[in-house]
Design a binder for this molecule. Structure first.
Ligand code: FMN
Length: 370
């Protein structure tokens, strides 16, 4: 009898993929696209699962990107969304939020004006959709109508989503940063849990990947768990399997893929930085997020001003970021990425990233298992 490869896990069976490597659903903003259809399709074609990070996107844009992925691959892929964490997190419109900021937080508004002047940036207002419950409903309509096989939910209450999916054949993945949250998702009926450790890029919690994953595995067994945060090579994949995960969910490793469409300057900054230069800050969104450190984060720290809660800080800083982008000052834009960036050496095609992770993990597992 041939032995099943340790890389063929429950997640592979559930998702119909060859290797338990998932491209994290990294949401796109106007500031570059971390997970364009080309990257999603390349990861799926390489045997992993590509995820279109679609948080905050117009529903028709999501539909267009789903079609673009399908033109490039007939393998499974998914879409990732964020839900408003609470009613208070739901932004109605940018103009109303700006008025509220000027009225209630004049010091913060003045500080950001100073920052703009310090770097000679134009007075630009960001545009684009904001995270309202109506937007999320319309996004879900597209995902279900298009029969996308996998849906990931990054933040917010998943219960209404699980109710809405009804008999639709879609695997729901949920992201968490604590064992308690993992239990809540499992109880709500989420199919696969991503445990995201403190090392991760983007919004992040406080528990590191190594202690987090075994606790989540125990908390939700027998539901499969994907490990996220700090994993960028075959050593990380093998370690995740040893911790009881059924695969990995990798963001930062794929930000430097040739197919990723973040700015080249952002890719270079990630490649050049040591792990201790990926810092946790509330400066850009109001929620703790890990970004490559820059002068804007340093200026907020030096100011002694406490960043506002999300979504106020995000609306405030989105205008600054739009101004920096208009001026071509990419180094002033937030560059969310995790400590795994310290492991990355070069831009590579996504297929190479997947293949080398697989080969390295297989070699390690052979060596360890004799
Ligand atoms: C640029 C960027 C954008 C992200 N956007 C989202 C998002 O929209 N939704 C989400 O659930 N997670 C998002 N994340 C978190 C990732 O899904 C993932 O958990 C994280 O990147 C894993 O850690 P790693 O960066 O060490 O691989 C983002 C991460 C990065 C780096």
């Amino acid at each position: 009898m041939t032995r099943r490869s340790p890389l063929q896990t429950a997640v592979c069976d559930r998702l119909g993929i060859r290797y338990p490597i998932v491209l994290a659903a990294m949401g796109s903003t106007s500031r570059g696209v971390p997970t364009p259809p080309r990257l999603v399709a390349a990861v799926s074609e390489a045997g992993g699962l590509g995820m279109l990070g679609s948080a905050g996107q117009e529903p028709e844009e999501i539909r267009r990107r789903i079609a673009a992925v399908r033109r490039l691959t007939d393998r499974p892929f998914g879409v990732g969304l964020l839900l408003p964490v609470s009613r208070a997190d739901a932004v109605s419109d940018r103009a109303a939020m700006r008025a509220l900021l000027r009225e209630r937080y004049p010091q913060h508004v003045a500080f950001v004006d100073d920052l703009r002047q310090r770097w000679g940036l134009p007075d630009v207002e960001a545009s684009g959709p904001v995270l309202t419950p109506d937007l999320v409903e319309a996004q879900l309509d597209v995902v279900f109508a298009e029969h996308v096989p996998v849906l990931a939910i990054g933040l917010g209450d998943v219960r209404p989503v699980i109710e809405r999916r009804g008999a639709v054949d879609v695997t729901v993945i949920g992201l968490v940063g604590t064992p308690r949250q993992a239990q809540a998702l499992a109880a709500a009926g989420v199919d696969i849990i991503v445990g995201q450790g403190y090392e991760a890029g983007g919004h992040t919690g406080r528990i590191a990947t190594f202690p987090l994953i075994p606790q989540i595995v125990d908390a939700v067994a027998p539901r499969p768990v994907l490990a996220a945060g700090g994993i960028a090579d075959g050593r990380g994949l093998a370690a995740a399997l040893a911790l009881g995960a059924a695969g990995v969910w990798c963001g930062t490793a794929f930000l430097v893929a040739e197919e990723s469409e973040i700015y080249p300057e952002q890719q270079q900054a990630i490649l050049a930085a040591c792990s201790d230069e990926f810092v946790v800050t509330r400066a850009y969104t109001g929620k703790t997020a890990r970004d490559v450190k820059n002068d804007v984060i340093a200026a907020w720290e030096a100011s002694g001003l406490e960043p506002l809660p999300m979504p106020l800080q995000w609306i405030l800083m989105d205008d600054f970021v739009a101004a920096a982008e208009a001026a071509g000052r990419i180094e002033l834009i937030n560059n969310p990425a995790g400590q795994a960036g310290g492991l990355l050496r070069s831009r590579r095609p996504a297929a190479d990233i997947v293949q080398s992770m697989v080969e390295e993990a297989q070699a390690i597992l052979r060596r360890l298992c004799g």
